[in-house]
Design a protein around this ligand. Structure first.
Ligand SMILES: Nc1nc2c(ncn2[C@@H]2O[C@H](COP(=O)(O)OP(=O)(O)OP(=O)(O)O)[C@@H](O)[C@H]2O)c(=O)[nH]1
Ligand SMILES: [Zn+2]
Length: 303
């Protein structure tokens, strides 16, 4: 029998599938048939069932999007078919603005809405510094929501952002992502144990993405939890894609002296002028330079 299932967990060579509209549906262990393809959590796949709880993936339903990071030819799929990505930062330990910036660029190029969650705002002596760092981002168009995973009222406010949507939750280790998942999805631990029992092993479950069906504000929603990340390569993007994802640069494009201006060192560069006049934050320009340097490095390494 052939069915369409959604991949809800990805263990590299093995996947778990479930019907996308029924959170209570049993878990089906999936294997990829034929050519190995990079499936992602959130993918819809055509499956031939081989038993009650096993099946073979025959093909993939075309994706609306795929959020991934990559170094050289190594690709790490985080989620497919998502409506938004929520990047979890915290007051302590301090988060990396570099990683936040990279996740925002990736969302921008992939045309996925990004929101920033500042968790642990109950840590009174650290909250001002975190707020100061994040104050730049609303000026670029990214909403920042403050919350505390330990306070139920702030978690229930968060549900209105997630209701009816498929959201990828990502963040560095220690930002409180697991605490947030447990607060949002009270049976998350039970579901994780179910997965472990299907796989006869619990060891993989925290290192791979997984999808939870939930109901927020009466609307069926999904959350994809991804492993904490400590780097974010973007080898897949072109210089032009990165430039256009630097949203505060965009108004100045076309006004530089050289039409192929890299906005790094050229004379009469409208972007550099805007920075010197205080319209573009120097830390963002420095960030942009680092991204381009990394692309140069990938290019040189390819030859
Ligand atoms: N004060 C405070 N502590 C929190 C909050 N949320 C999480 N924590 C604590 O922060 C620590 C890390 O939380 P986790 O939920 O394990 O963080 P994580 O981001 O899932 O980290 P990994 O599992 O390593 O990826 C734990 O000691 C939590 O109790 C919060 O809102 N306020
Ligand atoms: Zn320029």
């Amino acid at each position: 029998m052939s069915v369409v299932l959604q991949i809800i967990a990805n263990f590299g060579h093995q996947f778990l599938g479930q019907t996308s509209d029924n959170a209570e549906a049993s878990l089906i262990q999936l294997v990829a048939r034929g050519k190995k393809q990079g499936y992602a959590v959130g993918d819809l796949v055509n499956v031939t069932l081989t038993s009650d709880n096993q099946g073979a993936i025959e093909s993939i339903v075309p994706r609306t999007n795929l959020f991934y990071r990559s170094e050289f030819n190594k690709q790490k799929n985080l989620a497919a078919n998502i409506d938004q990505v929520a990047i979890v930062c915290a007051t302590e330990p301090a988060f990396s603005e570099e990683l936040l910036g990279r996740a925002l660029i990736c969302a921008q190029v992939t045309d996925i809405k990004a929101i920033i969650l500042l968790n642990k705002v109950d840590v009174a002596d650290k909250v001002d510094a975190a707020r100061a760092t994040l104050s730049l981002y609303p000026t670029l168009g990214y909403d920042v929501y403050e919350l505390s995973a330990h306070k139920s009222e702030s978690v229930s406010k968060l549900t209105s952002l997630l209701a009816g949507k498929s959201t990828l939750l990502m963040g560095q280790s220690g930002m409180g992502k697991s605490s947030l998942i447990n607060a949002l999805i009270p049976d998350a631990n039970i579901k994780t144990r179910e997965i472990s029992s299907v796989l006869n092993s619990g060891k993989h479950t925290t290192t791979f993405s997984r999808l939870y069906h939930c109901t927020f504000d009466g609307q069926s929603s999904t959350i994809i939890d991804s492993p904490g990340f400590e780097n974010f390569g973007m080898a897949q993007f072109s210089v032009s894609q990165i430039q256009h994802a630097m949203l505060e640069f965009v108004p100045y494009f076309g006004q530089c002296k050289f039409h192929n201006c890299s906005h790094r060192h050229e004379p009469q560069c409208a972007v550099l002028n805007a920075m010197n006049e205080g319209h573009i934050h120097p830390t963002r320009h420095a960030f942009y330079e680092r991204l381009l340097e990394q692309l140069d490095y990938y290019d040189r390494a390819a030859y």
